[in-house]
Write a protein that binds this ligand. Structure first.
Ligand SMILES: Nc1ncnc2c1ncn2[C@@H]1O[C@H](COP(=O)(O)OP(=O)(O)OP(=O)(O)O)[C@@H](O)[C@H]1O
Ligand SMILES: [Mg+2]
Length: 1138
């Protein structure tokens, strides 16, 4: 692969390793840094320590290609890079099983956090892959944005300043794959929650939440997007250039999800963040009490209410906790009121506690997620990103603690590099000129000494009964630490500061290894106490919010602990102690971050600032020690083991002591004697280049060895392959021969079989031929015999046939002869018979002639006629006598008549029947009375009028004509009507008079006298119309089975004024017959016409209306119905008779 990156020694800008700097001075050191910085070379080595300059711009040196370049390369092989350190640490961890720690130090904004992320990302890129491993990597990497959101803030020095210390142990398995991790956090700067210095911001999460959360989320959290609504958010630098809070919020939420936060956990965390903001808005007002003291009261309860709703706290409980404080002694409880200042103090303390506890909970929660699952032994790589040394204008307790931590780190650096190194030279009996370096153990002692250390005194002061103030604490320091050479105070007994006006009365100054720092004592006691009133923690514990409850366990009334909680200083000291012990067990790798300028700007190199950092980081001492000493050391055994291949005498095995082997090796390699020294147990190599040289030779040798191994392996492989081939060939040959022989044998066998089969076939065929011949001979004999027999049989047959033929011929001839004989005999017999008949006929004729001739004289000429007549008479006599006894009854309707005896009597018999019938009819008629006769005459007339003309007729035949249906003369109801009619009523019946307007009928009484037809009202009996019979010209009826009839009047007659009548009667046949009979008689023989047609005209007053009869569907009960179709048509629907 082409190496694009320059080697450490190739085309160096300045020197890549300060150890090689010539001449070595502070100026040349800083000049070298500047030169490299100007050429974008931000990394420089001091031996194995990496100096990192913050470029304040994005660099193209962190690409995946770069990762590949530095992967598995020697530390000094390529130009300095943080990846080289990360690679060295990782390989050392993986291959040599040494736990590592990467200590990143430098002041705020120097790039520690970025460096730690680069190390983590490099390790993540080069270590193993796989679904599970990738998930662990992702979780480890994604823990950073979450912690940065909650633990970082914009400060004047750094827009993304870590306001907590972080140490992360990444755990690996034996293959070097990450298994998980553990994060420790140190002292979050919680005072920032309630107050931020000018130009600084609160923790990022507050701004991210307000900018990035959806409207819906904000509504749920009862928040407003406007920063200015919240007292705890400083406004002057709420918006930071280059920071997109909204996007960051989404990143953080996503990271939380990846790390394994549940949705409800995220919600709870956001609720707590919102609650802190709300808490900041709660304000108090004084309320005077009767004893003259002021008691605080919540001013506007809205924020309090919303906060309580968010956290599920009862408002009154929290309100009380802001107004009262309960102090519990062993047996008694005393409740005192809080004034406004105390209430604000309590509020801020609660906010700080809430936030810092939430932060610790988040770290614990992340640890739960990233915890290594496997129980096997882990290799560990620790990455320490802890706040850098801080020297502000106004330094307080936090800076004191931070700087103490940095003192401890410097201690460990000194321990592990400088002192350790020098001690080792002495131990190993190496010639060594001692290098003077400043050991800051004395400063650490000033701070942490158990008896008279500043922290111990602060604790003592905090726990002391009586009035305790920051001033009493300073007094104590002034008395106890006055003599300490690194402690300075105006009031100390050390008189030299009495006139130092740069040292105010309320301050003390410590000469840290990195410089002098002035601390203002104000707030020291308070911050160390870190007190949260018990009422508040109890109020929090009562919250109906699981996370809050969990964060304030001391609020549980069941677990009241009257012991004071450990002070902040004490806790920090303890955790720093643990950290130091942890780091001491690991192989340290240093990244020393330097900040080039105070403007957070690229390309600016502020010499004074860099110089200050170089000094307090002790980098010059570091170089000097490196240069005075040896760059590399290694025990003889591993050294010999590593380089023994470079000398023929030590390769492959050195039988003697390891040291001698190494000496042999160095002599053989002709390494100049000044380049190395032999220690008691180790060889010390002065210059990295010598190591390079050894490594290079080793690499080449390894290549040669690899070639040799390859050669031997290939030879072995080829030989093995050849032997295998040979063996296979023999096996194959053996198998092939066997196969060939088998084939040959099978071929011969097949040939033999074929020959055999041919021979056998030939023999068989020969035998077959013989057998066939024999068979044919046999068959020939049989055939000949058969033919012979056949000939014989046929001859016999022919003979027999001839015989039969002859016999038949004889028979036929005989039969012919017999036939001829018989026919001849028959002819003779027939002839004889004819002759005999002729003789008898002639005889009979002759006899007849003879008789006739003899008796002619005895017969008269008409005897035959007489006999005939006589016979006829006899027959007639017998016929009549017979008829007399068989005559039918006298009933005219009896159809019986005796059977005719002789054909010739046919006419007589029929005539006699007719005569008899007429006679018995006459007899029957002769028995009629005059009335009955008239009735029959009427019936006869009806028959003449209607028979076969009107369908109603047949049903009327059997009904007797009654005439007076109303019994008009007897019925008193009609007495008046009867009397108004002079003549005898011949017919009285109820009829319907049809109204031409609608075809409906109106009942009328119809009376028929000899001269008139009268229509009268049925109810009143009043005569409606009277028509003289001579005025009637005709009556019209239909051919159908209905009772409609029209009385048509003579035009111009008196009765015709009202027009014709269209009536309907149930006794139509009788009525019309009577009308016809009487009408004809009344008009002197002039016949009254009866028109029978299905369509006729009726003259109503002026109009002529056509009455039309149609055949309707058969109906039961109802008779014909009349409907008016239009002005000129009345339609009568007659139901068809069923
Ligand atoms: N290697 C780098 N490349 C580009 N920019 C960098 C690099 N290192 C640091 N920076 C810039 O410097 C800023 C400060 O860096 P960082 O936050 O790592 O400082 P720090 O040492 O952790 O400070 P603090 O102690 O306040 O947390 C980063 O936000 C980034 O802009
Ligand atoms: Mg940081």
């Amino acid at each position: 692969m082409e190496v694009k990156t320059k080697s450490l020694l190739d085309n160096m800008i300045g020197v890549g390793d300060m150890v090689l700097l010539e001449p070595l001075s502070e100026d040349s050191f800083i000049e070298n840094l500047r030169k490299r910085f100007d050429h974008n070379e931000i990394y420089t080595y001091i031996g194995s320590v990496v100096i990192s300059m913050n470029p304040y711009k994005s660099m193209l040196i962190y690409s995946p290609e770069k990762v590949e370049e530095y992967r598995n390369r020697n530390f000094y092989e390529l130009s300095p890079h943080i990846y080289a350190l990360a690679d060295e640490a990782y390989r050392s961890l993986r291959d040599q099983d040494k736990d590592q720690c990467i200590l990143i130090t430098g002041e705020s904004g120097a790039g520690k956090t970025e460096a730690s992320k680069l190390v983590m990302s490099y390790v993540a890129a080069v270590c193993g892959k796989g679904q599970e491993v990738n998930k662990v990597k992702e979780q480890l990497l994604q823990s950073n944005p979450v912690l940065e959101a909650f633990g970082n803030a914009k400060t004047v020095r750094n827009d993304n300043s870590s306001r907590f210390g972080k140490y992360m142990d990444i755990e690996f398995d034996f293959k070097g794959d990450p298994l998980g991790g553990v994060i420790s956090n140190y002292l979050l700067e919680k005072s920032r929650v309630v107050k931020q210095p000018r130009g600084e911001r609160n923790f990022h999460i507050f701004y991210q939440l307000l900018s990035g959360a959806s409207d819906d989320t904000l509504k749920k959290l009862k928040l407003d997007r406007d920063f200015s609504k919240y007292n705890y958010l400083s406004l002057d630098s709420a918006v930071v250039n280059g920071l997109d809070d909204a996007t960051s919020f989404r990143t953080v939420r996503n990271a939380m999800q990846i790390v394994g936060f549940m949705e409800d956990e995220v919600q709870s965390v956001l609720e707590l963040v919102a609650a802190v903001l709300k808490l900041g808005n709660i304000e108090f007002k004084p309320e005077s009490r009767c004893n003259g003291t002021d008691e605080s009261r919540v001013k506007d309860k809205n924020d309090l209410k919303e906060m309580c709703e968010l956290l599920g706290i009862e408002q009154s409980v929290l309100e009380r906790a802001f107004s009262y404080r309960t102090v519990e002694a062993k047996l008694e409880k005393v409740s005192t009121t809080l004034n406004v200042a105390q209430a604000y103090y309590a509020r801020d303390a609660l906010a700080k506690n809430l936030y810092s506890r939430l932060f610790s909970w988040i770290v614990t929660r992340i640890n739960e997620s990233i915890k290594a699952q496997a129980k096997t032994r882990h290799k560990v790589m620790g990455v320490l990103d802890i706040y850098g040394f801080e020297i502000f204008d106004d330094n307080s307790f936090e800076q004191f603690i931070i700087n103490y931590c940095n003192e401890k780190l410097q201690q460990i650096f000194i321990e592990l590099t400088l002192r350790e190194e020098q001690e080792e030279y002495i131990r190993e009996d190496i010639e060594w000129t001692n290098i003077e370096y400043f050991n800051n153990a004395i400063i650490c002692d000033l701070i942490e000494n158990h008896q008279n250390g500043i922290l111990a005194m602060l604790d003592e002061e905090c726990l002391r009964p009586g009035t305790v103030t920051d001033e009493t604490f300073l007094d104590k320091l002034n008395t106890i630490c006055a003599q300490h050479q690194h402690f300075e105070s105006r009031l100390s007994k050390n008189s030299k500061f009495l006139t130092d006006h740069s040292l105010p009365h309320s301050c003390f100054r410590i000469q840290h290894y990195a410089g002098k720092v002035l601390y203002r004592v104000e707030g020291f006691v308070d911050k160390n106490n870190d007190l949260l009133y018990r009422d508040l923690s109890q109020a929090m514990y009562k919250a109906n919010h699981s996370l809050i409850k969990h964060l304030f366990p001391e609020g549980n009334p069941a677990k009241v602990n009257l012991k004071r909680p450990p002070t902040a200083g004490f806790q920090f000291k303890a955790s720093v102690g643990t950290l130091m012990r942890n780091l001491q067990t690991k192989n340290p790798n240093y990244i020393r971050c330097i900040k080039p300028n105070d403007k957070k700007a690229p390309h600016i190199f502020t010499e004074s600032l860099v110089c200050h950092q170089v000094r307090y980081l002790g980098l010059m001492e570091n170089v000097r020690v490196r240069r005075a000493g040896y760059a590399f050391r290694q025990a003889y055994e591993p050294c010999l083991e590593r380089y023994k291949m470079l000398c023929k005498r030590t390769w492959p095995h050195w039988r003697g002591p390891a040291r001698e082997g190494v000496e042999m090796l160095m002599a053989d390699l002709q390494v100049p004697a000044e380049e190395f020294s032999y220690g008691r147990s180790k060889i010390f190599i002065r210059n990295p280049r010598t190591l390079f040289f050894l490594e290079e030779r080793r690499r080449q040798c390894l290549q040669d060895l690899a070639t040799l191994i390859q050669k031997i392996y290939r030879g072995w492989k080829c030989r093995t392959h050849f032997l295998l081939l040979k063996k296979s060939q023999i096996v194959v040959a053996a198998w092939y021969r066997r196969y060939a022989q088998e084939k040959k044998y099978q071929k011969i066998k097949r040939a033999t079989t074929v020959v055999q089969s041919y021979t056998r076939g030939w023999q068989a065929r020969k035998l077959l031929r013989e057998l066939k011949h024999q068979k044919r001979c046999k068959e020939a004999v049989t055939t000949i015999a058969a033919y012979w027999h056949g000939t014989q049989a046929r001859m016999e047959l022919r003979r027999l046939k001839q015989e039969v033929l002859n016999k038949h011929a004889v028979t036929v001839i005989w039969a012919y002869w017999q036939g001829t004989k018989a026919r001849r005999e028959l002819r003779q017999l027939k002839e004889a018979a004819r002759n005999k008949h002729a003789v008898s006929v002639i005889w009979a004729g002759w006899q007849g002639t003879k008789v006739r001739r003899e008796y002619r004289k005895f017969f008269r000429a008409n005897a035959g006629k007489k006999i005939y007549n006589f016979t006829i008479q006899r027959i007639m006599q017998k016929y009549f006598l017979g008829l007399k006894s068989t005559l039918p009854s006298m009933s005219p309707i009896d159809k019986n008549w005796p059977v005719r005896p002789y054909i010739f009597l046919d006419g007589v018999h029929t005539e006699l029947r007719r005569i008899f019938h007429l006679w018995r009819c006459k007899k029957y008629r002769s028995r009629f009375t005059e009335e009955k006769k008239a009735v029959y005459e009427e019936k006869l007339e009806a028959s003449e009028l209607f028979k076969d003309k009107k369908a109603l007729y047949p049903s009327s035949v059997s009904q007797p004509f009654k005439g007076d249906y109303l019994e008009i003369s007897k019925n008193p109801k009609y007495q008046k009507l009867n009397s108004s009619v002079d003549e005898k009523v011949l017919l009285a019946d109820v009829v319907n008079k049809i109204n031409r307007a609608n075809g409906k009928g109106a009942t009328r009484i119809l009376l028929l006298t000899k001269k008139n037809v009268v229509l009268a009202d049925q109810k009143t009996g009043q005569v409606k119309a009277s028509v003289a019979l001579p005025d009637l010209t005709s009556v019209s009826v239909s051919t159908q089975n209905d009772g409609f009839f029209a009385l048509r009047l003579k035009e111009g007659s008196a009765s015709a004024v009202k027009g014709d009548f269209l009536l309907s009667s149930e006794h139509l046949i009788e009525t019309i017959t009577k009308l016809h009979h009487i009408g004809s008689a009344a008009s002197d023989g002039e016949q009254l016409n009866v028109d029978i047609a299905d369509e006729f005209l009726v003259q109503f007053k002026q109009d002529k209306v056509c009455v039309k009869f149609i055949q309707g569907a058969p109906k039961n009960g109802n008779g014909a119905s009349c409907k008016r179709k239009n002005n000129r048509l009345l339609e009568v629907s007659v139901p068809a008779s069923a």
